[in-house]
Ligand binder design. Structure first.
Ligand code: EPU
Length: 418
């Protein structure tokens, strides 16, 4: 296993190129199952989670290859099944359920187990498919789903769910009749998926609003689509500038996907300029403490909560950070404390009292965004920070150390002997 070493205290300056969004690419790859033939995806990031989805699709019989673009041929799917070995390493594997049931009328998908950030059940995905006429059984840890042809209906989500909305939108694309998804997720990744499905011949309206209407069609044909820039990667590097007293430009990006993050960062005193797909951020001379509550899009993303906490650890006062999406997404708190942060947990709120400086120490990555928060804290800390279990980071940040090195960071990877 590798570990990441960071010698902190350098103000980062320069340009960081932003990769395609992991959470947009994963549903697009799953969607390729719905239409037999060769699909081409452009700007797919080279990440562990993408490799896992690729292995999953290949297990089912798809052929794929990533050169400049990602090519995937879903003509010969022989096993509409997602095995436990793959689902347990990546929960987004469950995104294949909707497309498989829609195209093959049956699917076998392992139930994801526990997760470091919360229980993360998939009941809303399953209830939605049942409402569309699928028969769902849980057997030996697997979801067994079958349906003659899914039937359009109205589904109101009890809670906003991103992959739940995506799964049902894909399933409904081939259903008989009209499906209306109420209280749907409005994330940019949902819009991107709807656009791709529409390019394949689907009839989806309203993606990006709480009500999505899908008029089912008998079949879809393969498509080509470009993955949107990763808003969470962009936000993470914005904080890298803010926390190191630096100045970064980031592109390509869609600033409209980051309004809540931009506005909070401006609240901390950073200066941000948005110009034609480029974000420029200049750190404040002193970081102001502000409060944050996570919320589904367009609110402040839970996927930026840990990183923002690192910044607030160096704020000039007290910041209250409330996590409203996942019940256990505070695993980074104890690790940040090891770096000298003053953070106390009160239920779903972290009380962060800003300190003068952080000091490098060995820490352990626990999940993807928690790992990013440790990298950010390490970049600002005095001395050496050693981050273990960075395979979490490799799931979602393409060539993170090269990108940071190119803007001045002293960061490198070492083999972890422990
Ligand atoms: N929920 C249920 N039942 C369900 C589905 C969700 O109770 O059937 C609950 C969850 O437990 C959670 C809330 O609803 O409390 C929202 O979860 P959601 O379903 O929206 O999360 P997700 O679709 O599993 C995606 C991203 C996550 C991101 C969340 C929230 C992908 C592949 N994953 O997960 O990304 O945190 O939305 O925005 O799109 C990450 O990239 O690090 C990451 C975890």
């Amino acid at each position: 296993m590798d570990k990441l070493m960071i010698e902190g205290g350098i103000a980062l300056r320069g340009h960081i190129p932003i990769s395609g969004a992991k959470n947009a690419a994963l549903p697009l790859l799953a969607a390729s199952l719905i239409a037999p033939g060769e699909h081409t995806l452009v700007n797919v990031p080279r990440l562990r989670d993408i490799r896992t989805m690729q292995r999953l699709l290949e297990h089912m019989g798809a052929e794929s290859q990533q050169d400049e673009h990602f090519h995937i041929d879903t003509s010969r799917i022989h096993t509409p099944e997602a095995p436990y070995e793959l689902v347990k390493t990546m929960r987004a594997s469950v995104l294949v359920l909707g497309p498989l049931v829609a195209r093959f009328q049956h699917a076998k998908v392992s139930l994801p187990g526990g997760c470091a950030i919360g229980a993360r059940p998939i009941n809303l995905h399953l209830e939605g498919l049942e409402r569309m006429g699928a028969e769902i059984q849980l057997q030996h840890g697997y979801v067994m789903a079958k349906a003659k042809r899914l039937q359009g209906t109205t589904i109101t989500f009890d809670q906003i769910t991103v992959t739940g909305t995506e799964n049902l939108m894909m399933a409904a694309s081939l259903a008989d009749g009209v499906t209306v998804l109420e209280n749907a997720a409005r994330e940019p990744e949902v819009i991107a998926l709807a656009e791709y499905l529409n390019e394949m011949g689907a009839h989806i309206r309203g993606a990006g609003t709480p009500q999505i209407t899908i008029e089912g069609v008998p079949n879809l044909s393969p498509g080509t689509h470009t993955v949107i820039p990763d808003r969470i990667e962009t936000g993470t590097y914005m904080i890298a500038a803010a926390i190191t007293g630096g100045h970064l430009t980031l592109s390509p990006c869609h600033p409209e996907h980051l309004e809540a993050v931009i506005s909070k960062l401006e609240g901390t005193g950073a200066t941000i300029c948005v110009n034609d797909g480029t974000l420029e951020i200049q750190a404040a001379s002193a970081i102001r403490s502000v409060d944050v509550k996570t919320w589904p899009f367009p609110g402040f993303p839970t996927d930026m909560q840990a990183q923002f906490m690192s910044l607030m650890a160096l704020g000039d006062g007290v910041s209250l950070i409330t996590e409203q999406i996942f019940e256990n997404r505070f695993m980074h708190v104890l690790e940040l404390r090891r770096l000298g942060a003053d953070i106390n947990l009160d239920g779903r709120t972290a009380v962060v009292r800003g300190v003068e400086s952080l000091s490098g120490a060995p820490v352990m990555a626990t999940d993807l965004r928690a790992s990013a928060s440790l990298v950010l804290a390490g970049l600002a800390a005095d001395g050496l920070t050693e981050i273990r279990r960075i395979y979490h980071l490799d799931r979602g940040y393409e060539t993170i150390e090269q990108k940071l090195k190119a803007v001045g960071a002293r960061i490198w990877r070492e083999r972890d002997q422990d």
